[in-house]
Design a protein around this ligand. Structure first.
Ligand SMILES: O=C(O)C(=O)C[C@]1(C(=O)O)C=C[C@@H](O)C=C1
Length: 324
């Protein structure tokens, strides 16, 4: 991602505190000493930092392969209040997500302490008695990705949503009674000093979260020069949001048809209430292609046709596909 940086751009905002999955994704996209990584309390704050210019880039979770879209991020991209009009997606990061149950060993069950790093230690099963666990903190996405483990081993235990998994680990660690636990990553285990009560408790081994790198919209002409003439198919992805005339039969199909006729492969779709009136929706389409590297003019052609079939639409960024 470093090739995206202009001049003195250094600050990268992410959902903290440190040791969150967002922090890991940020470090993988912005490695090395050059970057000042800025933890925030919420995903919305990441957008605010980028929009205000306090941060040059932001890294936000967009979707998880098991549990789906991260609605906090979609909500900011929808920008229904007009607060984030300058923000565009400029990159993506895929992160393998393996959740740990972190807490304090209760009573006599210290046998597997330190097992976090040991690949031979059983995955997805308790490494200690969990009878003393009264409540578990985590991010709602992480609960959604570990529902099977909770159904098997933590039935009836209170679950408390917090803003990130690393925040959850901090909260569990602050409870000296030992009755609190957290679902968080391996880095959070180290940062919080909690014991590993179970490792790899995600429902699916292939659990992956895709993050977006966002920035302020810049000099697009300058960027256009970068990719010219590069191989086209699947090299880039782009995101648009749009609304359609609510009462017109086939209005959504008309918009999707533009992408079909332009031979642009769709890679994700989403919708959110538009908040214009109850049960009206705003749609998101992500497709293979770039506004900046469009040798056959297919993206340009589709954008032109959106002008006549969508009620309103907005380009939300073009970036390099990291999963070709
Ligand atoms: O809570 C964190 O650690 C985050 O970075 C957020 C988040 C998310 O919102 O999807 C990131 C990756 C995992 O899917 C779970 C939580």
């Amino acid at each position: 991602m470093s090739q995206l940086a202009r001049g003195d751009e250094r600050v990268v905002a992410f959902l903290g505190p440190v040791a969150s999955y967002s922090h890991q994704a940020t470090k993988s996209a912005f490695p090395g000493e050059r970057w000042e990584l800025m933890p925030t309390g919420t995903i919305k704050e990441v957008f605010e930092k980028v929009q205000s210019g306090a941060s040059s880039f932001g890294v936000v979770p967009f979707e998880n392969s098991t549990y789906g879209t991260v609605t906090f991020t979609l909500d900011c991209l929808a920008d229904r209040t007009g607060a984030f009009g300058d923000i565009v997606v400029c990159g993506e990061v895929y992160l393998d997500v393996h959740h740990f149950l972190l807490g304090r060993f209760g009573g006599a069950s210290h046998a597997t302490k330190g097992a976090a790093d040991d690949d031979d230690v059983a995955k997805g099963v308790p490494l200690a008695d969990l009878g003393h666990v009264k409540r578990v903190y985590s991010h709602p996405q992480a609960f959604g990705q570990t529902a099977g483990f909770f159904g098997r081993y933590l039935r009836g235990v209170e679950t408390i949503d917090v803003s990130s998994t690393s925040k959850a680990a901090e909260m569990a660690a602050a409870d000296e009674s030992g009755g609190s636990a957290a679902v968080a990553g391996e880095l959070a285990a180290r940062a919080s000093g909690l014991d590993v009560l179970a490792r790899c408790i995600e429902d699916r081994e292939d659990n992956t979260t895709r993050f977006f790198v966002v920035r302020r919209r810049g000099d697009e002409e300058e960027e256009k020069e970068k990719g010219k003439g590069e191989e086209y198919a699947g090299r880039y992805k782009s995101l648009v949001s749009f609304t359609v005339p609510h009462r017109k039969p086939g209005a959504l199909a008309d918009v999707l048809g533009c992408f079909g006729r332009g031979r642009l492969n769709l890679t994700s779709t989403n919708s959110l209430p538009s908040l214009e009136a109850p049960f009206r929706y705003m749609f998101f389409v992500e497709f293979e292609g770039s506004r900046f590297d469009d040798p056959e003019g297919r993206v340009k052609g589709v954008f032109e046709s959106l002008e006549s079939v969508a009620e309103r639409w907005r380009w939300l960024g073009s970036w390099e596909n990291q999963r070709r």
